[in-house]
Design a protein. Structure first.
Length: 276
């Protein structure tokens, strides 16, 4: 996949056109094999969800793609507007559902020891799960599949929410590093208000580094590729990529600490009466 790596920058062999063809074919094949009438995409105004929606339209046509915009606060109003603009440009049906009233109901009904306001991570995970619940509700009502927007970088770092953004029927970007998604976005000619607007980097207000790691995305991808795809040690990764060892160790440590979030739930012993 990678041609040259130096100073923390990876040059991937697959260009945007190749990635576009692969993702489009994958999405179309999965939907047809499932006998589904189309897909539901949660749109947040970012490159990933915009790319997924665009690929879905290319694979299935706009009439088989339904978009949901699910802002949870006023802070997300810009992203919601961008998401609605993407949906309009693609010509897909879309609805915007504000989650704030639902969050207020949760605050009034959850057990007393559950604080939805004190810990921003807890709130962020709840929002992600509410979004997925609404997305699946729409998908089941329309006999459609839920398309997720999580990338390989996010999977490897555990930068996802169980039963939230990691809950979907297919992930067209699941094998792509964030660097590759940028190349895909360029080939898809996503509008500048998506590609050039600085993203809300963290999962929750106050988180200042993307993925919780203070390093450029290109460096994160290069290190992950070395550690995971090449199977290098941290020492060799630092040496081969000419990246400071402290940065490599930080990314490797983050991966170890989030390992639990990536594992599938353990299954109990299989009895004689069990069936698949």
């Amino acid at each position: 996949m990678r041609d040259v790596v130096s100073n923390g920058t990876a040059a991937f062999r697959r260009d945007g056109a190749e990635l576009r063809a692969e993702c489009t074919s994958f999405l179309g094949t999965v939907v047809e094999d499932a006998g589904a009438d189309g897909v539901v995409v949660e749109l947040d105004g970012g490159v990933e969800s915009s790319a997924v929606a665009t690929v879905a339209v290319e694979a299935l046509g706009p009439e088989r793609v339904y978009g949901l915009v699910l802002p949870s606060s006023k802070l997300g109003s810009r992203s919601a507007q961008d998401a609605e603009a993407i949906a309009a440009a693609l010509g897909i049906e879309t609805d915007t559902v504000h989650l704030q009233p639902l969050l207020m109901c949760f605050s009034d009904t959850v057990p007393e020891h559950t604080d939805l306001h004190g810990d921003p991570i807890v709130r962020a995970h709840l929002v992600a799960r509410l979004r997925m619940a609404i997305t699946y509700l729409a998908a089941e009502a329309r006999n459609r599949l839920v398309v997720g927007s999580v990338t390989r970088t996010e999977f490897l770092l555990g930068s996802t929410t169980k039963h939230g953004d990691r809950a979907a029927d297919l992930f067209p970007l699941g094998g792509l590093y964030s660097t590759e998604v940028e190349a895909l976005g360029d080939d898809l000619e996503l509008p500048s208000f998506v590609t050039e607007t600085p993203p809300l980097v963290g999962q929750y207000p106050g988180e200042t580094a993307k993925y919780g790691i203070d390093a450029p995305p290109e460096t994160v991808d290069a290190v992950l590729y070395g550690l995971v795809e090449d199977g290098w040690t941290a020492e060799r990764t630092s040496r081969e990529l000419d990246i400071d060892r402290e940065i490599v160790d930080r990314i490797a440590r983050h991966r170890r600490e989030t390992a639990r979030d990536r594992r599938e739930p353990p299954m109990g012993p299989v009895g004689e009466a069990a069936s698949d």
